[in-house]
Design a binder for this molecule. Structure first.
Ligand SMILES: Cc1cc2nc3c(=O)[nH]c(=O)nc-3n(C[C@H](O)[C@H](O)[C@H](O)COP(=O)(O)OP(=O)(O)OC[C@H]3O[C@@H](n4cnc5c(N)ncnc54)[C@H](O)[C@@H]3O)c2cc1C
Length: 449
């Protein structure tokens, strides 16, 4: 049996970042994954999704310019070709990633890792011992229990569909359902989104969410709030979904039912109890510096860890690096979560960084809210966009931004300036002093607060 300084479980963003860092400092490091290397983001999440979105962006952009110099009538997505374009990116990822890790001196293993003891895991029939472990096993779709839940496909399946049927029903009003519904609508489908809450996309500014829902309705997305699914039945060629809205039952016939009802940490196969690693439904229980609270040999990062960070790729990466650095130096540094932006890549995109308006009021901040309808601004007029708005939250006592909420084309890029300003504690005066290219969406920023 070989022994290691670190074994990383999960070759996604968090795991690869940590493995490379520790190996580069001379540690004997191994990493294991039960699936091809690359993790959710590169293979089954962010990257493939945004490639499919590109097709939808072009269709939408052309339609916005219909009658303004563009004849958009004949424009359509060829789903099979778009998928092929996606595979051109995703197919080489596992081999490239594994080769990169190996070049850095990391031993790459394959299989499901199961803890046998506080310092040992089993992969297939082989036991591996290590001074440290990093759990970076990511997340999986939240288990659902209504009758017929087995008919659902998940986000991974959606991103592999050979054909996109016309009728697609999304379960849950989170970012996955919204992003996919926006792609599907531009690809000719008539998506339905079922959400049990009064308003979808919790965690984003409610005023902007309302605008986004209205824009979605215009492109053919049927949003059903306050609605629960009670059962799904297969009819052989389609599915009959029984829903209930405010006590009133209804049936929806659809060709596909997609799980968009949230994700939970993927810990089920790890045998954590054998390693004395505390965990709950939010993930591996860790201290602020990402070390297990019950087994000092174990650290956790990314979607599988119960940290203060959101389940996002950049967070997984920096948590992986912080965990690595803490293991290497026996340090107790906590990750800095200030100014982490998050986006819903609908068309147009909805983004957030910092606090929500309610959170800022509850925190007793001396708050000024600057809301602008930016739909008529030059950048949006130019491309024909009809829905765009921003809400900036300013702490007037320090003249700093405490939150920014933006709905509009390219605001997923624009928010990065604000994220940096929040992270560095820049005043709005300092931010306004930035000179941008003109005319550009960036040049609108100075007028937003
Ligand atoms: C559809 C979708 C779209 C997304 N879009 C975005 C986006 O636009 N922007 C963004 O920032 N985030 C996005 N996310 C979230 C982002 O993908 C995750 O936050 C990120 O990938 C988490 O990285 P991780 O390293 O924690 O886990 P992962 O990348 O999920 O890696 C975990 C790995 O562990 C492996 N594993 C699990 N258990 C075991 C075991 N017992 N033994 C061996 N291997 C195991 C898995 O096979 C997997 O490869 C999206 C997620 C989804 C599902």
């Amino acid at each position: 049996m070989r022994s290691w300084d670190l074994i990383v479980i999960g070759a996604g963003m968090a795991g690869a970042a940590a493995a490379n860092k520790c190996a580069s400092e001379g540690w004997r490091v191994a990493i294991v994954d039960e699936l091809p290397y690359g993790g959710t983001c590169a293979l089954r999440g962010c990257d493939p999704k945004k490639i499919l979105r590109r097709g939808a962006e072009i269709v939408d952009s052309a339609r916005l310019m219909a009658g303004k110099g563009i004849d958009a009538d004949a424009l359509a997505i060829n789903w099979a070709d778009l998928m092929e374009h996606k595979r051109g990116f995703t197919d080489p990822v596992p081999q490239n990633m594994e080769a990169g890790l190996a070049r850095n001196g990391v031993e790459t293993l394959h299989g499901t890792a199961v803890f046998e003891s506080e310092h040992g895991i089993r992969i297939d029939d082989v036991t591996y011992e290590s001074r440290h472990f990093l759990i970076a096993t990511g997340a999986r779709p939240r288990p659902l229990d209504f009758p017929g839940h087995e008919h659902l496909i998940d986000s991974t399946d959606f991103l592999e569909l050979d054909d996109l049927p016309r009728r697609v029903l999304f379960v849950g009003g989170g970012f996955v359902s919204f992003e996919f519904a926006h792609i599907a609508a531009r690809a000719g489908a008539r998506p339905v989104v079922i959400d049990r809450g009064a308003r979808p996309l919790k965690g984003f500014d409610p005023d902007l969410v309302d605008l986004l829902v209205a824009r979605g309705t215009e492109v053919g997305i049927d949003m059903r709030p306050n609605t629960t699914i009670t059962a799904i039945r297969s009819t052989g060629s389609a599915y009959r979904v029984t829903v209930e809205t405010a006590g009133t039952p209804a049936e929806i016939e659809t060709d596909l039912v997609v799980h968009g009802a949230g994700r939970v940490p993927q810990l089920s196969k790890l045998g954590l109890d054998a390693a004395n690693v505390a965990h709950d439904t939010d993930g591996v229980t860790v201290a602020g510096h990402l070390q297990s609270t019950t087994n000092p040999a174990v650290y956790a990062a990314g979607d599988s860890a119960d940290t203060a960070g959101m389940p996002l790729t950049p967070v997984a990466v920096f948590e992986g690096k912080v965990a690595a650095s803490n293991m290497l130096r026996s340090a107790t540094t906590a990750p800095d979560y200030a100014g982490v932006p998050s986006a819903v890549f609908t068309i147009p995109e909805l983004v957030r960084v910092g606090m929500l308006e309610d959170e800022a009021r509850e925190a007793g901040i001396d708050l000024e809210v600057r809301y602008s309808d930016t739909s008529g601004w030059y950048s949006n007029y130019r491309i024909g966009e009809t829905t765009a708005a921003v809400k900036m939250l300013i702490d007037t006592s320090s003249d700093t931004l405490v939150g920014a909420h933006m709905l509009g084309p390219e605001y997923g890029e624009l928010v990065n300036f604000v994220a940096l300003a929040i992270k560095l504690g820049l005043t709005t005066r300092q931010l306004k002093s930035m000179t941008t290219t003109y005319p550009s969406v960036g040049s609108d920023l100075g007028s937003m607060f």
